[in-house]
Design a protein around this ligand. Sequence first.
Ligand code: PGA
Length: 260
Amino acid sequence: MGGPGHRFSAMATKKLIAGNWKMNCLREDAIRLVSALRERAVAGKAPACEVLVCPPATLLHEISAVLRDSPIELGAQDCAEGSFGPQTGDISAEMLKDVGCRYVILGHSERRQNHGETDALVRRKAQAATAAGLIAIVCVGETEAERKQDLTFDVLARQVDASLPQDAGGADCVIAYEPVWAIGSGKTPSADDIAAAHRQIRAVAARRGAAGPPVRILYGGSVKGANAGEILAIAEVDGALVGGASLKADEFWKIVESCP
Ligand code: PGA
């Protein structure tokens, strides 16, 4: 390993466990869920990792108040590429920052597939996010068809190269490796496959040579309490992006507590 980023060991950075709520929860359920997480976070031993919840935009303001003075951080699931102006329906990174967000998920495969988001758009959104002082969690991952054609590494290299801002570093960007076929399917790659994908992603991201800590690489796709220990023990994995299992406090907290 070389490059300026590697003066900082990955071990020096806390792992990040991020809950992606997607389009779920009305206010009452959301407050119940986040209050239960808050209780766990402030009672007993402090979590060994960084804990993040990313609820739908309508819930951010209220949840931000519930999480005040707790170690749990707040993030959003998308942002606009612009800052202010005539963009009906869009929400800017500044607005997310203003409501208490520290992170924003960008380029999730559901947005790439259902909203036609390209690598170039994801990069512009990531630039807007980091300019507003947010940390961008940029998602990459191959489809089942791409995996079957042995294209996984090509797809990851292209997505990382084209979706991350040129000057992206560990201080303002996180990458989430989410194989599309593993999302919500109950299937996960083998530990060796996850490690190999993360090494590939790290090699491409490291070419940017930004100063500071290396970019953290999360694994996402069917992470749950039962498999989190094994996945988080993989040396190349710096945390997890959790969908379905982040909607149940007990299950999500099991994942948090699986962090070595
Ligand atoms: P899942 O979703 O944990 O439900 O598979 C992960 C994600 O899409 O971020």
